[in-house]
Design a protein around this ligand. Structure first.
Ligand SMILES: [Zn+2]
Length: 316
């Protein structure tokens, strides 16, 4: 064999090995151009926690876009292929309908290489009873409305990301500290609210009317730790309601305001208009926010306005 032939064969082998190696990297990262691992989550606030902890070290795939109710009629997300290339899928795990249907649908197709971490099973949380659609003996799914539980879930996420990328343990610990400090600021805001409005007790709480009952952990559990007591009353807890029916429920509870979520009936222009015409103040809040801590801080600001009106009225 001539020297030039041997050289060509070597070149061919090197090219083949290179292509195979590139192929592995490409398929592992699903076209992502660097060597970041993919991590999949259900909701946007989980992605925000990962980014706060690990910056852009991971390619984060969110299955359920913000502004979508996790109780929505289920459909397979278009980016589901990314799950199969993921190192970890962080499920919320509180039996929220979309996630249950999703895992039921894809379970058989998920390779063993994808580790599924159940965030709610990994933390100690006190379940509140569900007010949703009369499912009275079930636990409420929305544990992410509590900054305390967000912090606990962030710890689980930080441990797992550190296991995936131990060289960055120090950065991730610092990231977790940053997230925890931000969550504590929400607590400071809640404390300030509790210091301003001092007339509620566990027996005689401030009534907060909501459309969708997503806030029980925040309003009835977290707030109580700061000495301010709310009773969350949902107009749709027994199923869909019309604007007129909602107004009737609000008035029966001596309410003059309601907190609606961006995706529920109460936030549509038509329904909002009818309620406002009847003298009801409509506040919009977002239980699917990508930045839950910011959404909760905003909620506290709205509660301040609401309680200001409420206590002014009651002392007239
Ligand atoms: Zn919900």
């Amino acid at each position: 064999m001539k020297k030039s032939s041997i050289f060509l064969i070597i070149v061919a082998i090197v090219v083949l090995i290179g292509a195979a190696a590139a192929g592995v990297v490409l398929s592992k990262n699903n076209g992502d151009n660097n060597d970041r691992e993919t991590v999949t989550v259900t909701m946007g606030w989980e992605a925000e926690i990962i980014e706060d902890i690990a910056g852009d070290d991971f390619n984060v795939e969110v299955m359920l876009p913000a502004g979508t109710s996790p109780h929505v009629v289920y459909s397979t997300p278009s980016n589901v292929a990314n799950l199969y290339n993921s190192a970890v899928y962080f499920e919320v795990g509180t039996d929220v309908e979309w996630e249950v249907a999703f895992l039921e649908d894809v379970k058989e197709d998920i390779p063993d290489s994808v580790e599924i971490v159940n965030l709610s099973e990994s933390i100690a949380y006190v379940g509140m009873m569900s007010e949703e659609y009369g499912e009275g003996d079930e636990y409420d799914a929305h544990i992410w409305t509590s900054p305390e539980y967000l912090t606990e879930m962030a710890k689980v996420i930080e441990e797992k990301l550190t296991a995936l990328n131990p060289d960055h343990a120090g950065e991730y610990a610092a990231g977790l500290e940053g997230y925890t400090a931000a969550a504590e600021k929400v607590g400071d805001a809640m404390q300030a609210l509790a210091d301003r409005y001092t007339t509620s007790t566990a027996e005689s709480p401030y009534v907060v009317m909501v459309w969708h009952p997503a806030w029980v952990y925040f309003l009835q559990q977290y707030a109580a730790d700061y000495g301010i007591y709310f009773d969350m009353v949902s107009v749709e807890s027994n199923g869909d309601v019309t604007a007129d029916k909602a107004i009737e429920i609000i008035e029966n509870n001596n309410g003059s305001a309601i907190f609606v979520s961006g995706f529920d009936e109460g936030s549509t222009d038509a329904v909002k208009e009818v309620m406002e015409k009847n003298g009801i103040t409509v506040y919009t809040i977002d239980p699917t926010s990508e930045n839950m801590l910011a959404a909760l801080t905003e909620f506290i600001g709205d509660l301040d306005g609401y309680l200001g009106d409420l206590t002014a009225t009651s002392s007239e």
